[in-house]
Design a protein around this ligand. Structure first.
Ligand SMILES: C[S@@+](CC[C@H](N)C(=O)[O-])C[C@H]1O[C@@H](n2cnc3c(N)ncnc32)[C@H](O)[C@@H]1O
Length: 313
């Protein structure tokens, strides 16, 4: 037994307040930075209580069943399982999303991608429907938010992971937009190639971590989040290359590709857009931390030069 496992096996103080303080200590001993917040969220999840209730009922006892459950959750967290996977909840765009280890945990930075995509979508607002393709939908966070904010959006959400699509479907149902999102399993454009569709807008938050950097990510990320959602190949650009090279075939003229990017990737992704000869100049958008986070470029008229294929390096 490790020291943390020994601590978790100890008797828990009788009251809610005592259990909370004990949980904080256990997680601190496990080396977790946010031990206070994590213990509080896990105890609230155990007791099914709002924050205020937890603090107003500090002297109340917890049952043996609740004690066993809290112990189990602390053990999972001490092994670096993200709190969000333990509780199954993540807030994104002020909506509650269901998440499991089959999907990337939606990040606040990705809300900028939703904002930028909505700006473009509004240009097509006079049409009866705005056709959107979301590549690598994961939890469905982007598609669900776009569908909620843009009532005329008709979305195709693709993911290579069928289990991720199951999670995305739950979220679409939860937020009342399942009728406007079609979920298709497959590799990037393969599922839409089959039906020869074109879109007004393509959005994607693709995997963009350099393969060699994966083991250096925090253990919560590299041990728990799906590698397929993170690994962007040796230089991080594998999926950008494919999306940019192929994407124009599935876009209407004047339609944009809107992509989330790593903070140091804007010049290279802009270069990928310009090398195909199929897109106008790229626009780069900064997140609230002032970092480059989203890039977009619009498909030019098809009468231009034949597209150049992009190879690595
Ligand atoms: C960075 S995650 C983004 C998830 C979600 N869109 C978000 O922003 O939170 C990338 C997603 O792309 C999917 N993916 C990776 N490679 C893919 C491919 N070749 N074709 C389709 N989906 C892919 C992964 O399964 C994962 O769900």
């Amino acid at each position: 037994m490790t020291a943390v496992e020994t601590a978790i096996a100890q008797e828990i103080p009788f009251s809610i307040r005592g259990a909370l303080l004990w949980g904080v200590q256990v997680l601190r001993q496990a080396g977790l930075e946010n031990s206070r917040l994590d213990a509080e969220v896990l105890l609230r999840h155990t007791l099914d209580m709002e924050k205020e209730q937890l603090y107003m009922n500090g002297d109340a006892p917890i049952s043996a069943g609740q004690e066993a459950k809290f112990r189990e959750l602390l053990l999972r967290r001490s092994r670096r399982e993200p709190v969000v996977y333990i509780t199954g909840h993540k807030e994104f765009w002020s909506l509650d999303f269901f998440v499991t280890p089959a999907v990337l945990i939606p990040r606040p930075e990705t809300e900028l991608l939703v904002e930028v995509a909505l700006q473009y979508a509004r240009q097509f607002a006079s049409r009866s429907s705005v056709k959107v393709l979301d590549i690598g939908t994961g939890s469905g966070a982007i598609s669900v938010c776009l569908a909620k904010e843009q009532p005329t959006a008709a979305i195709v959400a693709v993911d290579i992971s069928p289990v991720a699509l199951d999670v995305a479907r739950v979220n679409a149902r939860r937020h009342g937009v399942v009728d406007r999102i079609r979920f298709l399993p497959g590799d990037l454009f393969a599922p839409v190639k089959a039906v020869a569709e074109t879109f007004d807008l393509i959005v994607s938050n693709p995997p963009y971590i350099r393969s060699g950097e994966l083991p250096r990510l925090a253990p919560d990320i590299h041990r728990w989040e799906p590698t397929i959602a993170l690994d962007g190949g040796p230089d991080g650009f594998d999926t950008y290359r494919r999306i940019i090279e192929e994407g124009h075939k599935y876009l209407v003229t004047g339609g944009p590709i809107v992509l989330e990017i790593g903070a140091d990737m804007a010049p290279d992704v802009a270069d990928l857009f310009s090398r195909t000869g199929c897109y106008g100049p790229a626009s780069v958008y900064q997140d609230y931390a002032g970092k480059d986070r989203v890039i977009a470029a619009v498909k030019l008229s098809t009468s231009g030069a034949a597209p150049t294929s992009i190879s690595r390096g």
